[in-house]
Design a protein around this ligand. Structure first.
Ligand SMILES: *[C@@H]1O[C@H](CO)[C@@H](O)[C@H](O)[C@H]1NC(C)=O
Ligand SMILES: *[C@@H]1O[C@H](CO)[C@@H](O)[C@H](O)[C@H]1NC(C)=O
Ligand SMILES: *[C@@H]1O[C@H](CO)[C@@H](O)[C@H](O)[C@H]1NC(C)=O
Ligand SMILES: *[C@@H]1O[C@H](CO)[C@@H](O)[C@H](O)[C@H]1NC(C)=O
Ligand SMILES: *[C@@H]1O[C@H](CO)[C@@H](O)[C@H](O)[C@H]1NC(C)=O
Ligand SMILES: *[C@@H]1O[C@H](CO)[C@@H](O)[C@H](O)[C@H]1NC(C)=O
Ligand SMILES: *[C@@H]1O[C@H](CO)[C@@H](O)[C@H](O)[C@H]1NC(C)=O
Ligand SMILES: *[C@@H]1O[C@H](CO)[C@@H](O)[C@H](O)[C@H]1NC(C)=O
Ligand SMILES: *[C@@H]1O[C@H](CO)[C@@H](O)[C@H](O)[C@H]1NC(C)=O
Ligand SMILES: *[C@@H]1O[C@H](CO)[C@@H](O)[C@H](O)[C@H]1NC(C)=O
Ligand SMILES: *[C@@H]1O[C@H](CO)[C@@H](O)[C@H](O)[C@H]1NC(C)=O
Length: 435
């Protein structure tokens, strides 16, 4: 990236010398992603911005659909807190071109619903000259070192990640891969596999003729030459759902260029939803954004079933009030289920809040909030509805057993147990995602 930036800077500097009026650049925000709630959260626009150089006179093109998105320029404070009360500027008609007319920092957010909270936010630095913009995200060059063994995805392992392939992009983002390094693909034989493929096959998720296929996990792959490496899972539609990794391997030390901004991954599950998909129900790498992202584009109707898959005795499923959810106080719960898999039927319209009673799991992001709407089918929405689960009074919360014939009976609530030690790798991913 440094080389690219220097190259761009050189070209622009030469251009500036040759002609007094430098051509303005139009930056399409997010490239093909456009301007929306990005899968994987705000890292998407951070990654995108990191790859651009913004100069006074340049244009930002916010490509969005009128009525579905909007864009506001806000102060740093409003950006940080996602406060859209008093934007400096608000545009509701897309696509929209914004001319960067002065040097400095610019902050943009989407003001609709909770779009900003879910990552529709962009912060950039605009400079007067064509010099490269210093970026807080730029990977720092690492000193010379011996071979490193990387566990792909760290504790996540190698699977279909929640939120799509941004998970492995994020994982690879700040890493430097050198010839001689080893990638460990940690997966369960029979459930996953790994193939090295060409860029074309990677882009189209075509697993017909892999360069290399390994079906037994865990598998160690030694990076034996410089260049680009593309890996996918070939099973079912794993690659389409994000089980794919692209990396740059260099012969010498130096920062690894970041991959392109992500394109949206269309994930629409059936009426039985497996919470977190292959991730299951645990303390997610990347923090709570994992389950927010998972839930974000799903429609939950009364009668739908949530399946929580987890490891017995290391996780549980607690149904809690909104207050308990927000504060991660699980002293009092509506219900706790301890035997995986938990099949929970959504019996009433309203908000549902789930977490785990294990110590600090909630704080580290094992929490799920969803909105359930009345079924659009034969049953007409009733005005004498069942109690709203989000009510602060646990007495008005829905009985988890009432309409959930497949749900096991709740066990008594227990105090949080201090058994879980989050690994530093999980924290690193979390930091990368929330950075
Ligand atoms: C804007 O988004 C639309 C719809 O996704 C797409 O067809 C179009 O190519 C985009 N325009 C640019 C300049 O990226
Ligand atoms: C949002 O910003 C407005 C005006 O800038 C301020 O009055 C309000 O208190 C802020 N809201 C929050 C929740 O910080
Ligand atoms: C925005 O800028 C692009 C590229 O310069 C241009 O093609 C497009 O017509 C502009 N759109 C508007 C609404 O001004
Ligand atoms: C802009 O650059 C300054 C100085 O390098 C840095 O402190 C700041 O975080 C940058 N702001 C953004 C929005 O990237
Ligand atoms: C691989 O995954 C298994 C099961 O999730 C886990 O127990 C093991 O520690 C992982 N190995 C490494 C090297 O991360
Ligand atoms: C997948 O790749 C194979 C060989 O590389 C090619 O023959 C085939 O047409 C490709 N399939 C698609 C759907 O692109
Ligand atoms: C893969 O690498 C890890 C870490 O270096 C090592 O513990 C493991 O034994 C290796 N596995 C194989 C099959 O070589
Ligand atoms: C590898 O680096 C090159 C040059 O910086 C870049 O064009 C390419 O997109 C990178 N590929 C991957 C997979 O990161
Ligand atoms: C947690 O909630 C319980 C009631 O549900 C309350 O008694 C207790 O004080 C709360 N603890 C904290 C630390 O807020
Ligand atoms: C959890 O325990 C139940 C009952 O002992 C068992 O049927 C189930 O397979 C276990 N689930 C897992 C994921 O180990
Ligand atoms: C449910 O929808 C309401 C109204 O749109 C919204 O205020 C609330 O934040 C949503 N709750 C969750 C958990 O998504």
């Amino acid at each position: 990236m440094a080389k690219v930036c220097v190259a761009i800077a050189t070209v622009l500097a030469v251009a500036a010398l040759l002609q007094t009026s430098t051509a303005q650049t139009t930056h399409v925000v997010g490239d093909s992603l456009g301007w929306l709630v990005p899968p994987g959260g705000k890292i998407a626009y951070e990654t995108w911005a990191d790859m651009q150089t913004f100069v006074v006179g340049d244009i930002l093109m916010f490509n969005f659909t009128t009525g579905e998105q909007d864009v506001a320029r806000v102060t740093k404070e409003a950006f940080d807190s996602c406060n859209s009360t008093s934007p400096i500027f608000l545009e509701t008609t897309g696509p929209f071109n914004y001319t960067l007319d002065a040097a400095g920092e610019y902050y943009f957010i989407g003001t609709m619903d909770r779009h900003c909270f879910f990552g529709q936010k962009l912060a950039i630095n605009v400079s007067t000259s064509a010099g490269p913009t210093p970026s807080p995200q730029a990977p720092t060059p690492t000193p010379a070192r011996g071979p490193v063994t990387y566990i792909v995805g760290d504790d996540l392992g190698w699977l279909v990640p929640p939120g799509g392939y941004i998970a492995y992009e994020t994982w690879a983002y700040d890493k430097t891969f050198l010839v001689g390094d080893v990638l460990v693909f940690n997966f369960t034989t029979g459930e996953q596999d790994v193939a090295r493929v060409t860029k074309e096959a990677f882009d189209s998720c075509n697993s017909t003729s892999p360069i290399f296929l390994e079906t037994t996990g865990p598998f160690n792959y030694t990076l034996d030459a410089a260049g680009e490496y593309y890996f996918i899972g070939t099973m079912d539609r794993h690659c389409f759902f994000g089980q794919k990794l692209a990396i740059n391997v260099s012969a010498s030390t130096g920062p690894t260029p970041s991959p392109q901004a992500p394109t949206p991954t269309p994930v629409r599950g059936p009426m039985t939803y497996v919470v977190g998909d292959d991730l299951g129900w645990l303390v997610p790498p990347g923090g709570y954004i994992a389950y927010e992202t998972w839930a974000y584009d799903k429609t939950f109707l009364v009668g739908d079933v949530l399946v929580f898959n987890f490891k017995n005795k290391t996780q549980d499923v607690a149904v809690v009030t909104e207050e308990a959810y927000d504060s991660c106080n699980t002293t009092t719960t509506i219900a706790v289920y301890r035997t995986s898999p938990v099949k929970y039927t959504l019996t009433a319209a309203g908000e549902y809040f789930f977490t785990s009673t294990f110590s600090r799991h909630c704080f580290f992001g094992q929490k799920l909030a969803i909105n359930v709407t009345a079924s659009s089918s034969a049953t007409p929405p009733s005005t004498t509805t069942a109690p709203t689960p989000s009510s602060s009074s646990s007495s008005s919360a829905p009985s988890p057993t009432a309409g959930g014939p497949s749900a096991p009976p709740p066990e008594s609530s227990a105090p949080a147990r201090a058994i879980f030690g989050i690994s530093s790798t999980l924290l690193l991913i979390a930091l990368a995602l929330v950075h």
